[in-house]
Design a protein around this ligand. Sequence first.
Ligand code: DP6
Length: 384
Amino acid sequence: MASEIHRASTTAPVNIAVIKYWGKRDPKLNLPTNSSLSVTLSQSDLRTHTTASCSPTYTHDELILNGSSQDVSGARTQACFRELRTLRKQLETTNPSLPALSSMPLKIVSENNFPTAAGLASSAAGFAALVRSIANLYELPASPTELSRIARQGSGSACRSLFGGYVGWEQGSQPDGSDSLAFEVAPASHWPTMRAVILVVSAAKKGVSSTTGMQTTVATSSLFPVRANDTVPRRMAEMQTAIQERDFESFAKLTMMDSNSFHATCLDTWPPIFYLNDVSRAAIKAVEAINHAAGKIVAAYTFDAGPNAVVYFEEENEGIVAGALRKLVGEKEGWKGEAKSDDAVVEKVVKEAGVVQELLREGVSRVICTGVGEGPVKTDEHLV
Ligand code: DP6
């Protein structure tokens, strides 16, 4: 039938790294200079929903994100389409009774349940959903690890969004990238009590993109080789142990030190790159004050290529961590439940906050309360 439309849909999560990917050894294939590790966040709060469709009646490949048409001619999107079509073509060659989907134009429709402009890792969820939905459409017998090789070429961090829970990305050493793949460190069920509050900080102007920023860092920073060759390999191993043992204090310290190390290489880039602003630094101070008042490490901050703070903590400390952050930031869109009544630790943090409280109140536009979550989920809700 000429008018037939084939379709498949999925949702895919955002991930926030606790050991950061920063630096490419091959910019075309998005092969990194170091391994990285992230926590996949719950799709109830942050997800991309994508329908991949193909039809002999379509005239060209098309991608629509949140209602507006996107350019698909870029090398990254093209690489994903090409790789997935090649895998489909192999199936069709082996089994000629299959419909020739690989030669039909694709129409991909995608929607985020969070504001794209908030500067959250939307490219990671976006490319993970794009690759997973086309793989479903093509009925490819590919595992998340195999698909991570393809999603990586869309955006490096996207390879980690094919899994839920705690996810590593092995840098690999092959020039063709065949061993630069994502892997599951632990499922969400291994450590389900991990929570995160994202403080969305409004940036005056858009900063340097991660792609450009990391290239400049690799080319100019003298701190960078130490980070890539020594610091990160050591911390990758320590972080995996911390996760296996559900050792929050080690997890948190490594997370904060790695974020600081990454932003130090940004400052050491020439010309320097500043992703953190005064509000971000106020968030760091707030987390330090919370940990100090609690008498142990109960919260960890981390920052990507922008000013938003992501604060990880365990559910049992929600009252202290989210409670103190809420008092400091004020009643903004996104807090869940009632504001907690007084708590000695929270009181202590607020009493000593001073200018930190002013900066957070003024600079945080909204918050997102979330936690560790699952990987991509197939859905029958189609957008085409
Ligand atoms: C700071 O994955 O956005 O968020 O591969 O060029 O698309 P490209 O970069 P991208 O970089 C993410 C960098 C980061 C750290 C991380 O997520 O590991």
